[in-house]
Design a protein around this ligand. Structure first.
Ligand code: GDP
Ligand code: MG
Length: 307
């Protein structure tokens, strides 16, 4: 279970704690890294860029430190209101934390998109380390050295790892913990996220929509969890999928309901893993035109612009 009410212990002498933001271009592996570091799936991931919308905190408690990891949506140039909100929140996240991991894809050359992110970190004046991810993809020495040279110029330590295979993550954990200030436990050591189960459930449905419908249902989808009824042997979940157009509703439902059935089956299996029990999932699809352009509707569905 994610929600526990154990008391927060007193931190021993010399204990360190603080907030670490995972920042980088879309698709470099920030959410995969978050899951790898906390050892549980709390952030959804997909090959589609911009899967992550909200700020999500992962909690990693070591013997000597508690690291609160902040997953951020990938940084890119905004095209509409939802995009602007995402960038605004990402900049906010960088200046508010103790440390940043600038995550890059080491199999791809350092480009303008990466420099755009690095510039934001420099402007925020937040200490940073460079996380060279996807090292399992055998990056060329030439590409690796452009990243490490750039890191040296900025005085940022560079670390190599694979978020997917979880190699190099122990070294990363230690490096992050070492750089935090002395501090208390912010959360109970057995918590892995600050998010309520309902939020993760909504995200698990959204993940299956992204995976199963690919480009057909782009980002014009939002999920609300309307009811969770926890019985000893079965947890019943009622959810609504909000889309903008009738055509999208058609795709989501699929031929004779095949698509919605598959989304439901896969999302239910993921939810069962999370709560370690049986789940009954009922989903409705609702058409609500242009929800992305209305701030009040964005807020209703949980996408708030943070101050
Ligand atoms: P984000 O947009 O930065 O949060 O990226 P995601 O975590 O959603 O990952 C984007 C894609 O990269 C997914 O298909 C991941 O499976 C893949 N990915 C993430 N980390 C690694 C890694 O270490 N190695 C490889 N080969 N793929 C990875
Ligand atoms: Mg992500």
């Amino acid at each position: 279970m994610l929600i526990l009410s154990d008391p927060i212990p007193l931190a021993p002498q010399g204990f360190k704690s603080g907030f670490v933001a995972l920042v980088g271009r879309p698709n470099v592996g920030k959410s995969t890294l978050l899951n790898g570091l906390v050892g549980q799936k709390i952030a959804i991931t997909s090959p589609t860029p911009q899967t992550t919308r909200n700020r999500l905190q992962g909690i990693l408690t070591l013997e000597t430190a508690q690291i609160i990891l902040v997953d951020t949506p990938g940084i890119h140039k905004p095209h509409h209101l939802l995009g602007e909100t995402i960038v605004h929140n990402a900049i906010g996240a960088i200046s508010a934390v103790d440390l940043v991991v600038w995550v890059v894809d080491s199999t791809v050359p350092l480009g303008t998109g990466d420099r755009f992110v690095a510039d934001m970190i420099i402007k925020a004046k937040t200490p940073a380390v460079v996380g060279l991810n996807k090292i399992d993809g055998s990056p060329s020495d030439r590409i690796l050295s452009t990243y490490t040279d750039y890191a040296r110029e900025l005085n940022w330590q560079a670390l190599q790892f694979s978020a997917l295979n979880e190699t190099g993550l122990e070294e990363l954990k230690i490096a992050l913990g070492d750089r935090l200030p002395l501090g208390p436990y912010y959360y109970s050591p057995d918590l892995v996220t600050d998010q309520p189960e309902r939020f993760i459930m909504a995200e698990l449905i959204r993940e299956q929509i992204l995976l199963l419908t690919r480009e057909e249902i782009p980002h014009s989808v939002a999920i609300s969890i309307d009811k969770v009824d926890e019985q000893p042997k079965l947890t019943s979940v009622m959810a609504t999928i909000h889309v903008e157009r009738d055509s999208q509703k058609g795709i989501l439902i699929g031929k004779k309901g095949a698509m919605i059935k598959e989304i439901g089956t896969q999302a239910r299996l993921q939810m069962q893993k999370m709560i370690m029990g049986s789940v009954h999932l009922e989903m409705f699809v609702r058409v609500q035109s242009n929800w992305r352009s209305h701030p009040s509707q964005l807020a209703d569905l949980g996408y708030r612009k943070e101050k």
